[in-house]
Design a protein around this ligand. Structure first.
Ligand code: ACO
Length: 325
């Protein structure tokens, strides 16, 4: 069978840094609470009228093309994992194709919240495995600041903006996306959601007054599910492939909370020195977290390294991916 290997990584975060100290001026919070409860020191915010998620995703894909010396016209498919598309349609991936000049690609967005990137990565890998597609771009990007109520201290301290992207190409050396465990359970639909603007909840003056345009979550309830399900999926993957903690070179977890990351690593028996953490610098960028980790640590990975990617988020959605670098 044909493998689907990651052959290039791109990323982009906006220059503006929203620090904990600045948040102290907006809501009743403090740097110590945010650091100890979440691990976050600052997050990036995309400023500017009319600047949406596609702006960041485009920069990530441009970098990836540059690194691989790839003509965007050669790209066969672009998949963008996001919950903050520029608009309901056209989709964000569609806008990125135009911006980078991917004239011969199909494109669509994937909506699986914080698990979006691993859902999209497995989907992209399947296009490659089919033998019909040779170059598939998978993006994880979110402008979470567009969905956040900056008077709600329970969410505004957590989220940030950013984008990462990878290129998948066929591989016959056994490298790439080896396996995926992806799950979904809508019993979480009232614990983490953004209702406004959806077809069941069109925007009205009344819905705006209610705050339906904002991201909402019951953090404490979501936390419990996140810890067990992310760890379950990661552990299950190790068992399925007979991987010991020594066999795992790196755990690449979704960056929702430093405490969730630690709990997952502990359950897997993986030392924190092998766990990629950049939540301190970017906060939770939803679709962006995992590809931004790959972007930050790309030069550290060695060919053939075993990576376990794991995520949990809105839906609920969760899962893990076993990737050979
Ligand atoms: N600053 C200061 N105090 C705060 C803040 C804040 N920003 N936010 C909440 N508090 C207070 C609460 O009011 C509460 O006070 P009380 O004890 O007087 O009632 C106290 O701090 C503790 O609140 P908890 O909600 O229990 O805090 P917790 O330790 O659970 O941390 C957090 C909250 C960070 C949201 C955590 O629950 C979490 O990370 N949850 C999981 C989030 C997640 O994984 N989401 C899914 C991914 S996101 C996606 O899919 C898009």
């Amino acid at each position: 069978t044909i493998g689907a290997a990651i052959t290039a990584v791109g990323g982009w975060v906006p220059p503006y840094r929203l620090t904990n100290q600045e948040l102290e001026k907006l809501v009743d919070t403090n740097d110590e609470w945010i650091r100890t409860r979440t691990g976050i020191r600052e997050r990036r915010i995309l400023k500017g009228e009319g600047q949406g998620t596609s702006v960041m995703a485009t920069k990530a894909v441009e970098e990836l093309c540059q690194k691989r010396n790839l003509d965007p016209a050669e790209i066969d498919a672009v998949i963008c994992a996001t919950i903050s598309p520029d608009m309901l349609f056209p989709c964000t991936a569609n806008l990125v194709c135009e911006a980078v000049g991917a004239k011969n690609a199909l494109s669509f967005d994937m909506l699986a919240a914080c698990s979006g990137f691993i859902y999209a990565l497995e989907t992209g890998a399947n296009y490659i495995r089919s033998g019909l597609y040779k170059k598939v771009v998978v993006i994880g990007a979110d402008k979470m600041s567009a969905t956040i109520n900056y008077q709600d201290r329970e969410t505004c301290v957590i989220f940030g903006d950013g984008a990462g992207a990878v290129l998948l190409e066929p591989n016959d050396e056994g490298l790439g996306v080896i396996d995926a465990i992806l799950r979904t359970d809508a019993s979480g639909k009232d614990l983490i959601f953004l209702r406004g603007g959806g077809s069941a909840h069109p925007m009205t003056e009344e819905s705006v007054r209610r705050g339906d345009q904002y991201f909402k979550q019951d953090g404490r309830a979501v936390f419990k599910h996140a810890v067990t399900r992310m760890a379950d999926a990661a552990e299950q993957m190790m068992v399925r492939h007979g991987l010991s903690s020594d066999d795992v070179a790196y755990l690449v977890p979704h960056q929702a909370n430093q405490r969730i990351i630690k709990a997952t690593a502990e359950r897997m028996g993986v030392d924190m020195s092998k766990v990629l953490v950049n939540i301190d610098r970017y906060g939770n960028t939803t679709g962006g977290t995992i590809p931004l980790c790959l972007w930050d640590w790309e030069t550290t990975f060695k060919k053939g390294d075993n990576l376990i990617l794991a995520a949990f988020g809105g839906g609920f959605t969760w899962g893990s991916i076993y990737l050979k670098w």
